[in-house]
Write a new protein. Structure first.
Length: 258
């Protein structure tokens, strides 16, 4: 991280080797991670290697994308970044709920990046067939490690129920799936989703959770201390098979672990 004094860094690690970094506000959290992420992108660019990035939807990524568009539009070689999505709702790309649509309007439309670098999940298509198609697109554009795609960076969020990507409580099979992508359903709304699976997420070089808000505090504390029902939360199963995992959280989300 940037080493800014606004970050209260905790060196205590979970059994998933996760480092929790707590910031006073969502904007400071997003700003610190933007600096960290763009540093990694620039390092990859100097080495001549493409940087494969899988992003998520949600309010905190929206804030991150806004900062990237405003502060790092010209200082990053975005043409070296290959954009992918961790998951997508089964909606059209212009639907307000589309993760791709949000990323496009907030970030992609404001930076110089070839269309061929943008690998969206086609949420308007049949979800099972699209999961298969997207898996093939990943295989063609992301390097492999240990016979699995290995993203340079995966950005995750966590829901109020402890879900991450579109892997929900009660659907933990997606964490163990041998497929790269799977179709899933939101347990309450029944909305179709398409998601990377747990093994692919865990094979990334860097995995970063972005979580803000008091409503996340209880689940984060359970995961942090490995207590109560923490194994019921899909987010608790995210742990790198060979890389690094970090949680960027604000003070409200981390109030029970300080």
């Amino acid at each position: 991280m940037s080493g800014k004094s606004s970050a209260n860094q905790f060196d205590k690690r979970t059994n998933l080797e996760a480092l929790f970094k707590i910031f006073p506000s969502p904007s400071e959290l997003a700003g610190a991670f933007a600096e960290e992420l763009t540093g990694r992108i620039n390092i990859a660019g100097k080495s001549g290697l493409p940087f494969t990035l899988a992003v998520s939807g949600g309010n905190t990524p929206r804030l991150l994308f806004s900062i990237l568009a405003e502060k790092y539009c010209s200082s990053v070689d975005w043409g070296n970044v290959q954009f992918f999505w961790v998951d997508e709702r089964c909606v059209s790309p212009v639907d307000p709920e589309s993760n791709f649509g949000m990323t496009k309007s907030i970030l992609l439309d404001k930076i110089k990046i070839p269309g061929s670098n943008i690998h969206r999940i086609k949420g308007e298509n049949d979800p099972v067939k699209e999961a298969e198609r997207y898996a093939q697109e990943i295989l063609l554009n992301v390097r492999s490690e240990d016979q699995l795609p290995a993203f340079d960076q995966v950005i995750l969020g966590m829901g109020d129920d402890g879900h991450t990507a579109s892997i929900f409580p009660g659907n933990l099979d997606l964490l163990r799936s041998e497929n790269i992508c799977e179709a899933s359903l939101h347990p309450l709304t029944g909305q179709g989703r398409i998601s990377l699976t747990g093994k692919v997420i865990n094979n990334a070089d860097f995995i970063t959770f972005l979580a803000t808000g008091k409503n996340k505090a209880g689940i984060i504390e359970e995961i942090y201390n490995k207590k109560a029902q923490y194994m019921n939360y899909p987010a608790s199963y995210i742990g790198p098979s060979r890389g690094v995992i970090t949680w960027f959280i604000d003070e409200k989300a981390g109030e029970l672990i300080k």
